[in-house]
Design a protein around this ligand. Structure first.
Ligand code: SF4
Length: 367
């Protein structure tokens, strides 16, 4: 992790086995990756590939597609071949689709062997096929789909029940010598989810895929995921993340990346340090912060840009910013590294910030 200046050293990452999900390393100390899932019918190859391209452009590193029907399974070869990022096939019950996904060139499969055993026990054959193809498997235990036996034993989806279920599912592959596994134990309540992952982290060394399931719409889901992932990642737990939102999947990717950036687990691309505004503000801070964010989106250097509503505390409060503005009297004081370099009319603030950004050399920040 990238430590903030003056902060205690970042938590040691939990030691986990290294897996390769196509070109993306997961576990074994690899950077925490961001995943999402398509919402298009997988059988609609064109729409699915379009959405995968949008997700890839947003920074998604691994994409999962649902495979509930034969038509979806039939679409996998083209999707896997044309996707710019590794594709994970999500399968619930049908062993035939697992073999199809492996043959199609999918980078991984999410399947719970407990489900496969109930219908047509081909766990051994799946383990052999996945092993031969070098395809890892994710065991995905959710509160809603907990095994009846464990539900009866624990009464509900407690952290211990989720963990026992996941490790039992793993054992069904382990008995065939297959250990290229990663695990998720998702729950809609961040407190249960955090407790489950903590317990799981101490009981195995498989890479962990973090997720709060049914987290909700954008605002609520972002908060739940940020809280739960934040606790775990700050403790060094978690190898890959998927934010689940009732919102377009690109939003999941943005939130996931934002969480990793906030924790210093990947370098920030752009940070807007804007004040919350108060009675001293002499400019519409919200609007100006939005305009500056839009203007700097995609700027090639990861800058920290301050937007301050008044000159009283402006440059002082934002001393660690690369550049910024503090407003007053219809003007903007533009400062670079805490020093005021010029004053411009309010209407020219954004333009002046961009000019200053482009006319300076910016060292690569280490925090
Ligand atoms: Fe208030 Fe000025 Fe601080 Fe913004 S920078 S919160 S306007 S005192």
């Amino acid at each position: 992790a990238i430590a903030a200046p003056g902060s205690p050293p970042a938590a040691q990452r939990r030691a986990s086995r290294a897996l390769a999900v196509g070109s993306v390393a997961v576990g074994g100390g690899a950077p925490v990756s961001v995943q999402s899932m398509t919402t298009t019918p997988t059988s609609d190859v064109e729409a699915t590939l379009r959405q995968i391209a949008e997700l890839t452009a947003a920074g998604c590193q691994i994409v999962r597609v649902a495979v509930p029907s034969q038509d979806d399974a039939d679409a996998l070869p083209e999707i896997a071949a044309k996707s710019g990022i590794p594709v994970v096939a999500d399968i619930h019950f049908q062993p035939g689709y697992v073999f199809a996904a492996i043959d199609a060139g999918c980078a991984a499969v999410r399947v719970n062997p407990g489900n496969i055993r109930k219908f047509d026990d081909q766990v051994r054959e799946i383990a052999q096929a996945a092993s031969a193809a070098g395809v890892p498997i994710r065991i995905g235990v959710n509160a809603g789909s907990l095994d009846q036996r464990l539900l009866a034993k624990y009464g509900k989806a407690t952290p211990a029940a989720l963990v026992e279920s996941a490790l039992w599912e793993c054992s069904l592959f382990e008995e065939h010598g297959f250990t290229d596994l990663k695990i998720s134990v998702k729950h809609h309540d961040p407190r249960v989810m955090v407790a489950a992952y903590r317990e799981l982290a101490g009981k195995c060394d498989y890479p962990l895929h973090l997720g709060v399931t049914e987290a909700g719409p954008l605002f609520q889901g972002t908060i739940k995921s940020a809280v739960a992932f934040g606790v775990l990642l700050a403790e060094g737990i978690g190898d890959t993340i998927r934010v689940s939102l009732s919102a377009p999947p690109v939003e999941e990717v943005k939130v996931g990346i934002g969480i990793l950036e906030s924790l210093g687990l990947r370098p920030r691309r752009l940070e807007i340090v804007s004040c919350p505004s108060c009675g001293r503000a002499q400019v519409d801070v919200y609007k100006l912060a939005e305009q500056v964010t839009a203007a700097f989106e995609g700027f090639p250097v990861p800058l920290r840009v301050a937007v301050m509503g008044c000159v009283v505390n402006g440059p002082g409060e934002a001393r660690e910013a690369d550049l910024g503005v503090s407003s007053g009297n219809g003007k903007g004081q533009i400062f670079v590294k805490g020093e005021i370099v010029r004053t411009v009319p309010e209407s020219q603030i954004v333009e002046a910030l961009l000019e200053e950004a482009m006319s300076h050399e910016w060292p690569v920040r280490s925090e």
